[in-house]
Every structure is written in structure tokens, then in C-alpha cells.
Design a protein around this ligand. Structure first.
Ligand SMILES: [Zn+2]
Length: 325
């Protein structure tokens, strides 16, 4: 999983904050409990101090500590039982006083055995969903909510089938893509006019790939090129574009709607090329037809996109306009 630095650092920060908060709450609860129940404080003090002191004394006096240890065990058991009784009586849960880290698998560090613990992974997924919120705005972006009904059932000679059949195939292809996604999964090129569901289907993929624990970054072409331009002319920090190269899946939306400058073209070429060399997956959606790519972006980009991306053609009538009818 390759998350952007921003997602990772926010997730780590939250883990730290959550642990600190839990510790502070436990300390506060304990202070309140001590103020109310002096006996509880005395028991805790005795539990903390006596055993070590008694064993040390045995050593100092050259006595076998075994018998003393046994006595201490018995005494501790008594104290624990009394402590529990006091807590039960005061209706205080043991849990509310527990100041140990939230996750006992990693001790609150977020890492175990050299890899990311499930607790930090979950926070990364949440932070990433948050970062993708412009794309996942409605919460409905799931394959099961993709409605095929709006695609015409009449034959379109341009695609050699009906838009509904075409979209059925596209939907099942994308479902499989998201379900089996792994680093180095292939690249997709969504091509079709505005309002045919390209962004919605991209969002369905983004959500599922995110849920499966992979790093996903979404940007419109206009935003992405503006970021590269900002970095080039020192208006932005290099971190503004870091995510575009490190993430497991980059979703570049609306290619062709931006102001296509020479800088945009060279940024796109480098991005497409580097991601391919790094075996990172990219999903580009465009309202351009495949044959419009070359005049606009040049032969090198067009041949990369058409040669190594799976072309998914969208056809039909504007879904948004149909819905509004
Ligand atoms: Zn953990």
C-alpha cells in the first residue's frame, strides 16, 4: 500500500492523539475516583510498592524470597478482590481507568513486526476516504448503485451494440478490476461524452480500492496540471504533486477539459511514463474520443494511452439530463 505522505502523517497524528486522549481520560477518571474513594488510592499504592520492597528486603537479609513471594501473591489477590468490590460498588468500570494504549497488538506505535498494524491501516483508510471526499461526496458511489436503466437499449451502429449492453460489460469489467486490484494492476482509459457515468464509475473503483487498503489519489486534469505548474514556478511545494506519483492508483478525471499548454503535455507524458515504469496503476477519464488524443497531446502520449491502457468506451445519452426529465 502506498499512501501519500499527507494521508500517512494525518493517520499517524490521529493515532498519537487518540492514545494521548485515552491516557488523559484514564488519568482524569482515576484522579476523580481517588478523590471519592481514598481506600482505592491506598490499595493501588500498596499494590504498586509492597511486592518489590518485600522481595528486595528478603535479598538484603539473605533469606529465600520464595515464601515471601507466596505471601505477597495471596495479599495481592485479596487487595485486587477488594479493589474490584470498591469499583463495582461505586459503579466505576475498570476500563475507564485503563491507561494502556488503544491497540495492544502494536502497543500504540502503529507498527508491528516491521509492518503497519491494523489500527494504523484503518486510520489511513479513513484519512484517505476523507482526502477523496470530493469524489466520494454522496456516499452512494458503489457498484450496486450504478444504474444501467438510463442507458438506451436500442442499437448504436457506432459501437456495434446497445449502450446498455456496452455499459453492462464496462460495469462488470470495472467491478472485477476493483475487486482484484493490486499494485501494478493495469491502466484504464475511460472515453466518452460528459454525463455518461465516467466519474461515478471512477468513484466506485476509488472507494473499493481504498477499502481494500490501497493508496488512491483523485484529481481533475485542471487541478493536476495547475499543481505541476505551481511546482515548476515555485508557487507550490514539491509535496503538492508527490501524491500523483506515489499512490497505488491515480484517478485523473476530465482530461481534455483543461487548458492544454506545452507544460501540461510534458507533465502528462512524464506522469504516464513514470507511473508505467514504477508499475503503478492509473485511471484516466476523458471526454475526448481516442482519435482526438494524438492531435491534442502528441503521438507519444496517444500511443502510450492507446497501447497500454484498457480502453473503456462510454456511450448513451447524458445520464444527468435524462434524470432531470
Ligand atoms: Zn495497532
Amino acid at each position: 500500500m502506498s499512501y501519500t505522505r499527507a494521508v500517512l502523517s494525518r493517520a499517524r497524528q490521529r493515532l498519537e492523539e487518540d492514545n494521548r486522549k485515552k491516557e488523559a481520560e484514564a488519568a482524569e477518571n482515576l484522579a476523580k475516583a481517588y478523590a471519592r474513594l481514598p481506600r482505592l488510592r491506598a490499595i493501588d499504592r500498596e499494590l504498586r510498592t509492597t511486592s518489590a520492597a518485600v522481595v528486595a528486603a528478603c535479598f538484603d537479609q539473605g533469606r529465600d524470597p520464595a515464601q515471601a513471594v507466596q505471601q505477597i501473591r495471596a495479599r495481592n489477590k485479596e487487595l485486587q478482590a477488594e479493589r474490584q468490590w470498591i469499583l463495582d460498588d461505586a459503579e466505576i468500570s475498570e476500563e475507564s481507568l485503563d491507561n494502556s494504549p488503544l491497540c495492544n497488538l502494536c502497543g500504540g506505535s502503529g507498527y508491528k513486526d516491521g509492518s503497519m498494524c491494523e489500527c494504523l491501516q484503518e486510520l489511513c483508510r479513513q484519512e484517505q476516504r476523507h482526502a477523496l471526499s470530493p469524489l466520494l461526496a454522496t456516499g452512494r458511489e458503489r457498484f450496486e448503485n450504478f444504474s444501467l436503466d438510463v442507458y438506451p437499449e436500442r442499437y448504436y451502429p457506432s459501437i456495434g451494440t446497445t449502450p446498455r449492453k456496452l455499459m453492462q460489460r464496462n460495469l462488470s469489467y470495472c467491478r472485477k478490476y476493483a475487486a482484484q486490484f493490486q499494485p501494478g494492476a493495469g491502466n484504464l482509459l475511460f472515453s466518452g461524452a460528459t454525463g455518461l457515468g465516467k466519474t461515478f464509475l471512477s468513484a466506485c473503483i476509488a472507494r473499493q480500492v481504498t477499502d481494500r487498503g490501497y493508496g488512491v489519489v483523485y484529481a481533475s486534469a485542471a487541478k493536476l496540471f495547475a499543481d505541476y505548474e505551481g511546482v515548476k514556478f515555485d508557487r507550490l511545494d514539491a509535496s503538492a504533486v508527490e501524491g500523483y506519483s506515489v499512490c497505488d492508483l491515480l484517478i485523473l478525471d476530465d482530461l481534455g477539459t483543461e487548458m492544454t499548454t506545452p507544460l501540461a503535455v510534458s507533465s502528462l507524458y512524464q506522469l504516464v511514463n513514470n507511473r508505467m515504469l514504477d508499475r503503478k496503476a492509473t485511471l484516466i477519464s476523458t471526454n475526448l474520443r481516442p482519435e482526438d488524443l494524438e492531435p491534442r497531446y502528441g503521438g507519444q502520449i496517444a500511443s502510450r494511452l492507446l497501447g497500454t491502457y484498457e480502453l473503456i468506451v462510454f456511450e448513451g445519452e447524458d445520464v444527468r439530463r435524462l434524470r432531470n426529465k
